[in-house]
Design a protein around this ligand. Structure first.
Ligand code: CP
Ligand code: NVA
Length: 309
């Protein structure tokens, strides 16, 4: 593992190892602090889009491991605009030990990785959000003490978050059910790769349009925004098309009585999720947000740490 661009590149064992490492790092941190395993290491964080969680959780993750991070805003770098993606990768590689990037086009993060001589981590692209899915499955594991055989229902847009949940779930043996409005299904190639991985772990992958059928018996219900960053022009059309795909009390009633409600945040209460559900007793969204930091510590340690340290 040299880069983390998509969970498709990890084996099942590597995915599970990252979650185990995240748990160990979280326990160590809660006992009083992490060992400075990344002392002196630096991470450049390149953003083409806004962020709260990704920026702060990566910065805290590397700081708590003894390293440092620098935030490079969309206005500063203007990736591929002020300077080519390849040149940004080659220049940053001379200064820092790792690059985390949030980009519009997944092709840009692939190009960053191709031209970088230091590890590159995907902090969200139009296709994937791998660090989010690692934190999400860590949260599911915490709640249910197992992953294999858990049923996770993702209701909404077949987007970057849905893609990483499909791939991660397949690798971890989680049965992932996706319900989207017609025309908003996940990318068929991502679904094909997830099904291939699922065949090895015994997980099932179901893609459909019926939110009630998807939610039925689910251990976890997952919502994300209907309009992702960069799609703002489609907001009104999406508000119309996604009606009926809100995780509210109706869908929660279909899920298992112990169901956890997940959302990667930021949330729009009253759109993809009802306020009483995200703020109610089933919600695990702030554990999820915290787990971003723990999962990313595991990723950074794996990619930037010295072997055996
Ligand atoms: N969930 C997530 O990635 O949040 P930010 O966009 O705030 O980083
Ligand atoms: N699908 C959302 C996730 C935000 C964390 C987006 O891409 O905007």
């Amino acid at each position: 593992m040299n880069h983390l661009l998509t969970l498709a590149d990890l084996s099942s064992a590597e995915t599970l190892n990252l979650l185990e490492s995240a748990r160990a790092l979280r326990s160590e941190w809660r006992r009083g602090g992490n060992r400075p395993a990344l002392e002196g290491k630096s991470l450049a964080m390149v953003f083409q889009k806004p962020s709260l969680r990704t920026r702060v959780s990566f910065e805290r993750a590397i700081q708590q491991l003894g390293g440092s991070a620098m935030y490079l805003s969309p206005q500063e770098i203007r990736l591929g605009e002020r300077e080519s993606v390849a040149d940004v990768a080659r220049v940053l590689s001379r200064y820092v030990d790792g690059i985390m990037a949030r980009v519009f086009s997944h092709a840009d993060i692939e190009e960053l990785a191709a031209f970088s001589s230091v590890p590159v981590v995907n902090g969200l692209s139009d296709l994937y959000h791998p660090c989010q899915a690692l934190a999400d499955y860590l949260t599911v594991w915490d709640r249910f003490d197992k992953l294999a055989g858990i049923r996770l229902a993702y209701i909404g847009d077949g987007n970057n978050v849905a893609h990483s949940l499909l791939l991660g779930g397949a690798k971890l043996g989680v049965n992932v059910v996706v319900a989207t409005p017609p025309g908003y299904e996940p990318n068929p190639e991502v679904v094909r790769v997830a099904r291939e991985a699922a065949a090895e772990t015994g997980a099932t992958i179901e893609i459909g349009h019926d939110p009630i059928a998807a939610a039925r018996g689910a251990d976890a219900l997952y919502a994300d925004v209907w309009t992702s960053m960069g799609q703002e022009a489609e907001t009104q059309e999406r508000l119309d098309r996604f009606k009926g795909y809100q995780i509210g009390t109706r869908l929660l009633a279909e899920a298992a009585p112990h169901a956890a409600v997940l959302h990667c945040l930021p949330a729009h209460r009253g759109e993809e999720i009802a306020a009483e559900v995200i703020d109610g007793p089933h919600s695990a969204v702030f554990d999820q947000a915290e787990n971003r930091m723990h999962a990313q510590k595991a990723v950074l340690l794996q990619l930037l740490g010295s072997p055996g340290a």
